[in-house]
Design a protein around this ligand. Structure first.
Ligand SMILES: Nc1nc2c(ncn2[C@@H]2O[C@H](COP(=O)(O)OP(=O)(O)OP(=O)(O)O)[C@@H](O)[C@H]2O)c(=O)[nH]1
Ligand SMILES: [Mg+2]
Length: 340
């Protein structure tokens, strides 16, 4: 999954980026501000460690997400990301309600411009050469435009499956999930403003996380062994940076399945969209796995932990053979069989 951190200039995007990702100084030089900073985040998942205790693999590979951070206010480079992180500089006195609203408007203006232009060219095309596909695309675009004209984001529209397909090539910003990160200073955290903003988010259907990014970014600079003690001194019990990542993952509709074998190369968590079929999940590992999919051997996570091995799971009847139609569940441990 790719995520972009955006926000109005000086809102603390780069500070949030440093608090959240494994970025260490030395990536993009401060001199080249036109390029995005790239950083990765490995998802902490206790289940992966438990599986590693059983499998004893050579390495453990968690889910990994890529964040990019763009300087200033820049919407041009976020088209290809799955989830948007919108940082609001509450610490510098920004009005969070206004910023949440204004950013959504920026997304909608950008989408509307694309749609209007496309509709114009589609009208011309359809006049000279009728095509059912293009007609479907036009009606789907009209549906999106209708919402935007009423100040509603594209994500509020319910498209049919076919319409969704027809719009597959578009990357509407107001259709993407947004996680708002309210960047507070320490005094604001102490005053309970973070809680107030999160409540506001709940009431308005916006995912909001409040964070003191400058403090968390500073903690990140410390040696891992010192981090917890230092955080405790400051009264921080939970790193909000982790919450940002987990929330973004949920918003993107992702879950994960695991692969591994006893004393094997690696035990690994693979992120896939909820509702993925077994072949689609196999395709995450390799396109050959999807193309030549035969069947999948599956043990649910809890069953596997309970019985401690594939052999024992099989004896107890909880190792299942599933075919092409199987919908993968979060935590499934899967061995794919394929033929190419
Ligand atoms: N007091 C306080 N200052 C912060 C906080 N977060 C960021 N800042 C400061 O605000 C300034 C801007 O922070 P950045 O993280 O560079 O903001 P940005 O959004 O990346 O800025 P641009 O990329 O230039 O748009 C810096 O001087 C930060 O030290 C915070 O939580 N509290
Ligand atoms: Mg920046």
């Amino acid at each position: 999954m790719k995520l972009a951190i955006i926000g109005f200039p000086g809102s603390g995007k780069t500070t949030v980026f440093k608090a959240v990702t494994d970025y260490s100084a030395g990536g993009r030089g401060a001199e080249d501000l036109t390029k995005p900073l790239l950083g990765t985040v490995k998802i902490k998942d206790e289940r992966l460690n438990k599986l590693a205790e059983i499998f004893q693999p050579k390495k453990i590979t968690p889910e990994e997400f890529v964040f990019n951070d763009l300087p200033g206010f820049n919407l041009s480079q976020i088209k290809n990301v799955e989830t948007i992180i919108h940082v609001i500089g509450v610490f510098s006195g920004r009005d969070y309600k206004k910023d949440i609203n204004d950013m959504e408007i920026e997304f909608m203006i950008s989408d509307l411009a694309i749609i209007e232009k496309k509709l114009e060219s589609l009208e011309k095309e359809l006049k000279s050469k009728p095509s059912p596909d293009k007609e479907l695309e036009r009606s789907a675009l009209r549906k999106a435009k209708e919402a935007l004209d009423k100040n509603a984001p594209v994500r509020s529209v319910s498209f049919t499956k076919d319409e969704d397909k027809a719009l597959g090539g578009y990357q509407f910003l107001s259709k993407k999930p947004v996680c708002v990160v309210a960047n507070l200073n320490e005094a604001q955290v102490a005053s309970g403003l973070g809680h107030e903003i999160e409540v506001y988010g709940k009431e308005h259907g916006v995912a909001v996380i409040s964070i003191c990014a400058s403090v968390e970014a500073e903690i990140k600079e410390l040696d891992p062994s010192e981090r917890v003690a230092f955080a405790k001194e400051l009264g921080i019990t939970e790193f909000c940076a982790d919450k940002v990542v987990k929330t973004a993952r949920d918003l993107a509709g992702l879950m994960c399945f695991f692969t591994g074998s006893y004393k094997g190369e690696e035990v690994r968590a693979w992120p896939v969209p909820r509702g993925s079929t077994a072949p689609q999940a196999a395709g995450k590992i390799h396109t050959d796995f999807e193309r030549g999919f035969i069947r999948a051997e599956i043990v649910a996570y809890d069953d596997f932990i309970k019985y401690g091995s594939f052999a024992e799971a099989k004896t107890k009847g909880v190792l299942r053979l599933e075919g092409k139609e199987y919908i993968v569940k979060d935590g499934d441990i899967i061995t794919f069989h394929f033929n190419v």
